[in-house]
Design a protein around this ligand. Structure first.
Ligand SMILES: [Zn+2]
Ligand SMILES: [Zn+2]
Length: 227
């Protein structure tokens, strides 16, 4: 298979070996800074100096111990993820892995991670699309970090409405009880990193984390490419 060597954003020749975003476009992508984010969920809504705890994390409570995201869901970052997800631009995984790796190393003690787990797709959506973009992201990140990954531990059960079609308040109820774990014996006392493509309200990741904690995980960290 011959993959394009032009920049995914501006279509000029990509100038970085093995990557699909040129250095000019890379500089303009909406990376979330490491400093000035909520210490729980990693959002940068307040754009403050130093760490804080955001309103959502203070009032709602989160199933995960900590979450972080590499970029904001906007502009070219959003367009790239949509191409990856819906148009099979799978060559973007190396670029995405760069950004996830940098985010993970800056935010987590990565040598403490026992297992990386992708957020599973609902069965019918998986059949529809033929692949789960989160599997690719988690697998690529696992190789970069040198930590194991499994796509058979976390499973979807039930079929709630699409999160993106619901108002924010209903998303937390909609995902309740929709995840299950296949092999609980591998999770007892472990630190896991759950990998998602987009974090919006955090409802899905929070629910995943609750399921994993109930199965014995000691710590659940979450990472998403976009926020
Ligand atoms: Zn470019
Ligand atoms: Zn927060």
């Amino acid at each position: 298979m011959v993959w394009p060597r032009d920049c995914e954003v501006c279509s000029r020749p990509a100038d970085r070996p093995g990557r699909h975003v040129c250095s000019d476009c890379l500089e303009r992508l909406p990376f979330i800074p490491v400093d000035g984010c909520c210490r729980r969920c990693g959002c940068d809504v307040h754009r403050l100096d130093g760490e804080f705890l955001c309103e959502e994390c203070r009032t709602r409570g989160r199933g995960f111990d900590r979450a972080a995201s590499a970029l904001r869901y906007e502009g070219d970052a959003e367009k790239m993820l949509k191409n990856f997800k819906f148009r099979r631009h799978l060559w973007l995984r190396d670029d995405f892995a760069d950004w996830l790796e940098a985010c993970a190393r800056a935010r987590f003690k990565t040598d403490e991670i026992d297992l990386l787990l992708p957020v599973p797709l609902k069965f019918f959506r998986r059949i529809d699309r033929g692949y789960n973009q989160c599997d690719y992201l988690a697998e690529a990140l696992s190789r970069r970090l040198g930590r194991p990954f499994s796509k058979s531990v976390l499973k979807r059960v039930g079929s709630p409405a699409r999160q993106s079609e619901l108002p924010e308040k209903e998303r937390f109820d909609n995902v309740r009880g929709t995840f299950a774990v296949g092999k609980t014996d591998v999770l007892a006392g472990k630190t896991v990193l759950v990998v998602d493509d987009v974090m919006t309200t955090g409802a899905t990741l929070s629910e995943c984390a609750k399921t994993l904690k109930a199965a014995g995980c000691a710590k659940v960290w979450c990472i998403s490419l976009l926020r």
